[in-house]
Design a protein around this ligand. Structure first.
Ligand SMILES: O=c1ccn([C@@H]2O[C@H](COP(=O)(O)O)[C@@H](O)[C@H]2O)c(=O)[nH]1
Length: 519
């Protein structure tokens, strides 16, 4: 049974919303609309539209529609989005949703909670039904059948897709939290990482229950750039403060908090929605303050050798402050050129800084061979191996590569220790696009080595290559190995704070705000 009007009228109505909301999205997609409204009304509250039969006085399709309309009237000023759950509408006949959708003001994004998923051809029919027939702007899907079943939903960059990752129900851990073989990662983290990869058109988000803050934190780490729909606050008892601290993105956004019964069953739904909106905002403020404190602690806790390294890099002109145009076109307030270390003393010191960073990393770096990729890595690798022996009594092997293959004498690209079957640490200066590290990985794996990690001088901690991840994070994710740096941008900012240069610190802060990644 249809809620509201005839099919012909409904399709006119759904076009009406498309003609308003979607036209205003020209050149941008669902998540742009979501972020813009979140900023405009300062709210991350998503009001769930779940007409439970038990809550309806008129237990019919029109009763369900009237119930939702009352909720919309009461909450439209504080609702970042509405989330009708398909189940409650399908219970009265599939067409009910279109009438509801038309009632929601066009500027308010809608998440159709349908959790669809099937083999590709059927998934395409589901996508057509939701996006074309119903005109939904975004949908929740079940991606546990794999990439080919997700593809039909993410074809249209203007529609948002929330991928079920770690659901809020108690039994979700039975499958979703299982560890992958030979890895510390859980199944849901693999889904989060896949979803981050599917997000090439900024149209993919995740569903992670607010009932499991640890899972939220881990999903956020695996997918730093995705919006997360986090159900479970209110009737399911999720902890709002913990969920915000764990799930917000680096900009204090990225978390959409849906609440259904907590609002609809309240005596005064308008007041309840306002209170939830305010409590979410308080939790956002607290989370931002806590993360600022954490950064300060990290910075204040900078080891003496890290401060010495920055002093030393400045003294050698390797680290400079000013205005520099990077290869990426970014205007950076600082520049680091390790090629300017050029004396025996500098090399000896560098060896000590790198070796200290390696020792500090402890069990994280487990290797028996140091590899210095040509060219800048060659002296660095040799200096590190030398210092590990002289300064720390650890006699590791070392090797490096030549860029051209020799056709006489010792063949092959690698020179030095045989790396076959051994755990190898790559030593380099900085990772910009990650190309040198990828080449090194190819060479090492072709030679039968096991890459064990990378150590570099500076981690710039900025987004790269069209990704929300830094080059360092991309290498860590792509190869599943740790990258350790002597210092990172946080240390440089901390060094500047201590040095009291407010203008420079401000420039670095602005640069980080614009291009920085989450630590
Ligand atoms: O993991 C999930 C995924 C979806 N949901 C849906 O969200 C709402 C929650 O309702 P409340 O009344 O706020 O508890 C409901 O539509 C669920 O189907 C979820 O709870 N958990």
């Amino acid at each position: 049974m249809a809620v509201g009007s005839s099919k012909a009228k409904q399709s006119q109505l759904s076009n009406k919303r498309q003609g308003t909301a979607f036209a205003s999205l020209a050149g941008s997609g669902f998540f742009d609309k979501l972020a813009a409204r979140a900023r405009a009304i300062d709210s991350l509250l998503c009001v769930g539209l779940d007409p439970h039969v038990g809550q309806l006085t008129d237990k019919s399709a029109s009763g369900a529609l009237a119930f939702c309309k009352r909720l919309i009237d009461a909450t439209a000023d504080v609702a970042l989005a509405y989330k009708p759950n398909a189940a409650f509408f399908e219970a009265f006949g599939a067409e009910g949703m279109a009438a509801l959708k038309d009632y929601i003001p066009a500027e308010i994004p809608i998440v159709l909670d349908a959790k669809r998923g099937d083999i590709g051809t059927t998934a395409q029919a589901y996508a057509d039904a939701a996006f074309t027939e119903l005109g939904a702007e975004s949908i929740t899907i079940n991606a546990y059948m794999g990439t080919d079943t997700v593809a039909p939903f993410i074809k249209d960059p203007s529609r948002g897709v929330f991928v079920l990752c770690k659901t809020s129900n108690p039994s979700s851990k039975e499958v979703q939290s299982l560890r992958l073989a030979g890895s510390n990662l859980a199944v849901f983290e693999q889904v989060a990482a896949l979803a981050q990869g599917w997000n090439t058109a900024n149209n993919v988000g995740l569903v992670v229950g607010a009932t499991d803050a640890d899972a939220l934190r881990r999903a956020r780490a695996a997918a730093p750039g995705l919006w997360i729909l986090a159900p479970g606050i209110g009737a399911q008892g999720g902890d709002l403060d913990a969920a915000c601290a764990a799930g917000l993105d680096a900009n204090g956004l990225g978390l959409l908090v849906p609440i259904s019964r907590g609002i609809s069953a309240a005596k005064d739904p308008a007041a309840a929605a306002r209170e939830f909106r305010d409590n979410i905002n308080k939790a956002r403020t607290a989370a931002a303050a806590a993360s600022a404190d954490q950064v300060c602690e990290q910075a204040e806790g900078m080891a003496p050798y890290q401060k010495d390294f920055i002093d030393f890099a400045l003294s050698q002109n390797v680290l400079r402050f000013g205005s520099f145009t990077l290869k990426s076109g970014r205007q950076s307030p600082y520049f680091f050129n390790a090629g300017l270390f050029s004396t025996g003393q500098a090399l000896a010191k560098l060896g000590r800084f790198y070796a200290q960073a390696i020792v500090d990393a402890g069990d994280k770096l487990d290797f028996t061979v140091v590899f210095g990729p040509a060219y800048k890595g060659i002296p660095l690798g040799a200096a590190v191996a030398h210092t590990l022996y002289e300064g720390h009594g650890s006699d590791v092997e070392y090797t490096y590569n030549r860029k051209e293959k020799k056709d006489h004498g010792e063949g092959g690209l690698l020179v030095g220790a045989d790396v076959k079957g051994k755990r190898v640490l790559i030593v380099d200066d900085v990772i910009t696009a990650g190309t040198a590290i990828r080449e090194a990985m190819d060479m090492l794996t072709a030679a039968g080595a096991v890459p064990a990690g990378v150590v570099i001088a500076l981690d710039r901690m900025e987004k790269g290559g069209g990704s929300e991840l830094s080059a360092v994070q991309q290498v860590e994710k792509e190869f599943g190995i740790p990258v350790v740096s002597v210092v990172c941008l946080t240390h440089i900012a901390s060094y500047l704070t201590a040095g009291q240069d407010p203008a420079l610190l401000q420039a670095i802060t602005e640069y980080r705000d614009k291009y920085g990644v989450q630590a």
